[in-house]
Structures are given as C-alpha cells and as structure tokens.
Design a binder for this molecule. Sequence first.
Ligand SMILES: [Zn+2]
Length: 181
Amino acid sequence: MLLSDIRELAKDAAGNIDQVYIHWTAGHYGQKFSDYHILVDMDGTLYATVDDLTTRLNHTYMRNNRAIGIGALCAYQAHSTDDLGPEPPTNAQIESIAQLIAVLSEELALSIDIQHFMTHAEAADNMDGLDPGYAQNGYPDGKYGPENSVERWDFWVVKVGDPPGSGGGILRGKGIWYCKS
Ligand SMILES: [Zn+2]
C-alpha cells in the first residue's frame, strides 16, 4: 500500500481521531498483527488492516478511543535499549513511520507533539499528562512503561545504544521534517 493510499484513508477519518500511537510488535519482520490500523514492515512497506481508520482496535491500553495504532513489524526478543534483539527497527521502518506521522498530521489536523503522536513507551508512562485510569491495573500509579514496571517500552529508543527515552522525540522530529512546508 502506498503512502498516498494512507493519506486517502486519513482524509476520511479527519475530525474523528485525536491521537496516534506508535508501536513495535515484538514479533518477527513480516509477521502481521491485526491489533494496529497500519503496519510497517522491515523494508518500509505499509499495510492498512482496516478500510476505516476510525475502527476501534485494541493497540494501547485504555487509549483506544479516537486513536490510530501504528505497528512496526520488528523487535522480536528485544530485551533492553542496549539489546533490541536480532530484528531491530530498520532505517526503512523508521523513515516510513516518520512519513506516516507527517501524512496523518496533515490530514487529521493534529500537531506533531507528545499530546498527539506518542510511542507506546511514552503512553505507558503517561508522559503526556493524560491519566486514562491506569491506577486500576495494579501498578504504582498505573504506569507500566520504561520508567516503571517496563511492561511496554516500544520505541523508548529507535536504535541500539541511543539515549533511553529518545525514541519518541526522534520519530516526531523526523515527522516534522517530512511535512510539506
Ligand atoms: Zn505496543
């Protein structure tokens, strides 16, 4: 699927999406999952799992209303920011995600900031200040991200050895770069 096809889907969803969440699947390259609206494979190839981006899917705990999930097919056996396993995010995946951020920002009229485009790592630690009610999950303050229980830490980094926590800012920065001036 082409980026221009995603742009058309996004035009149809405009006004009905508030946030976009960026995940890795923790599966293999090429291994597709239906939990995300848009999949990004190792060579940057895009797939939409739905015809309508407003379809509610279960991608991000307690944050699935009016939200789109992007899933990068990678990170099998990723253990830490210094060990992203044998199938880490590729440059092509990272650039495709950034292009998706740009297109979704433009068509959904969402600014590229942590309030609108978050990694799952950031969402798990409520780094946007929105507490969707995590406290009921049993973790301290309900946070389950890299600075707490570390249950989810998708894109806490984009590359092995990057400073922990730098992933979201890198993806958003690249997304801004890809926006039409
Ligand atoms: Zn995730």
